[in-house]
Write a protein that binds this ligand. Structure first.
Ligand code: RAT
Ligand code: ZN
Length: 433
């Protein structure tokens, strides 16, 4: 029976969005069994990790006189105590990252009225990371978590080199920033690992970088290869009209000759997260990055010139969002995804989701969490589900006003596409769990 009233529509959409298990296509979480060589778990979780999230580090620095290097030298409990005091006690926690802590705490059953940080910590004493993963994924109703797996990360490499296997809800994504934005430091490391590469990508380098990528793809079984690119990235870069091959940059060749061919061979998409300006204030470490507006013509060039490749794309500048959506309309091998990092605020999420739906229908992926700390998935998805539902209700109401009838199963299909199926279809994979 078709939905007949706006009240019924609103209730049904909200309930369906809440019921739909999520595939969270970009996080910085790890399967809880992943450890570094000293046995330290790679997954961040719990009260102190939540409070020392780099989004909150940036915010506390505005209220505190402590020097960043002093702050980072403190034990994590001291850092989180300062953040709690400054951002939650001395000022009201109204920013999105602050509010997020409260949403997660509440869902986890903590008593927000007490404002008792030691009691919050004590609530998780004795809890295992495995148990907390199950709890957080259940509270956020997440079926699949895609990690960010960096073969250049010394903490993570040994796990994979030793043949580690991950829990079934977790999936790998191979992150290869150093190949495209740090080759000068990356090539000697590759050489040290036995790959015959050089600074200019000469000799056997192309085949050897491809071998490196293929071996890591075999090791991690990634759903996609990923990179975060600076605002001024372009492709091809440095081409001289009279001698096109002479001055093309190493990064441009790396992309066209190494990365994209391996993505084609392994049949996985390449994810480009475009617009991150690293270390604008280096003393703040992870909290010190900013963003810049990009020229997205290169995205169109890549989608056009490499029709055999599939590209996930998200952009960090608000000013680039509309342009990216237009490109999404032009290329079926381009999948627009997520409200990334500085875009992950209600006002912008709503704006972006409306624009995307008005121009792409339901053929996009509205959100990813980018969670670095396990329990963040709870707030990121609670907040985003609410906004996605709100936009859907408006759009369905507009459609119903024309006399079009909507079946509940059609609404459920659309929501499953947005929050789960579009991702897997674009990856050409069937989820295992
Ligand atoms: O959102 C973040 O946590 C950023 O620090 C970045 O990690 C960004 O999401 C990225 O993947 O580069
Ligand atoms: Zn990220």
């Amino acid at each position: 029976m078709a939905i007949s009233t706006l009240d019924e529509l609103a209730r049904f959409v909200r309930a369906s969005v809440d019921r739909q298990p999520i595939t969270d296509m970009h996080t910085h979480l790890y399967s809880p069994n992943m450890r570094d060589e000293r046995g330290q778990g790679l997954l961040l979780w719990g009260v102190d990790a939540l409070l020392t999230y780099h989004y909150l580090v940036a915010e506390v620095m505005r209220w505190s006189d402590v020097a960043p290097e002093t702050f980072f030298g403190w034990p994590v409990e001291q850092q989180s105590a300062l953040i709690w005091q400054k951002l939650f006690v001395e000022h009201s926690p109204v920013s999105e990252a602050e509010r997020g802590v409260l949403t997660s705490f509440k869902a986890l059953g903590l008593n927000l009225a007490s404002r008792d940080l030691p009691a919050y910590r004590a609530a998780f004493a004795g809890v295992s990371p495995e148990a907390q993963v199950q709890r957080a994924l259940q509270l956020a109703n997440i079926a699949h978590v895609v990690m960010t797996n960096d073969p250049f990360d010394d903490a993570e490499r040994p796990f994979w080199l030793n043949g580690g296997t991950i829990q079934p809800e977790f999936h790998a994504a191979l992150r290869i920033d150093p190949l495209l934005r740090g080759w000068a430091e990356a090539w000697p490391r590759l050489q040290g690992w036995g790959y015959q590469v050089d600074a200019d990508l000469g000799g056997n380098s192309v085949a050897e970088v491809q071998r490196f990528l293929r071996e890591w793809a075999a090791r991690t079984n990634p759903l996609y290869l990923a990179v975060s690119l600076p605002p001024d990235f372009t492709w091809p870069d440095g081409v001289d009209a009279s001698d096109p091959r002479a001055s093309i940059t190493v990064a441009s060749r790396m992309l066209a000759e190494c990365i994209l061919p391996v993505c084609r061979a392994v049949d996985i998409p390449f994810a480009m997260m475009i617009g991150s300006e690293r270390a604008v204030n280096p003393g703040l470490r992870l909290a010190g990055d900013a963003l810049g507006r990009s020229q997205l013509a290169f995205v169109a060039r890549l989608a056009r010139e490499f029709p055999g490749n599939r590209f996930f794309v998200t952009v960090l500048s608000r000013e680039n969002q509309h342009e990216l959506i237009v490109l999404g309309r032009k290329f079926r091998n381009l999948m627009v995804f997520g409200c990334w990092w500085f875009m992950n605020n209600p006002v912008i999420i709503e704006d972006m989701t409306r624009m995307r739906m008005e121009m792409l229908g339901t053929s996009f992926i509205p959100q990813h969490s980018d969670a670095r700390v396990l329990e963040q998935v709870i707030y990121k998805w609670t907040h985003s589900r609410g906004i996605i539902a709100k936009v859907l209700i408006d759009k369905y109401a507009d459609v119903m006003a024309t006399g079009w009838q909507l079946e509940p199963t059609e609404i459920e299909r659309d929501i499953a596409d947005l929050l789960h199926d579009n991702f897997w279809r674009f990856c050409k994979r069937t989820p295992g769990v």
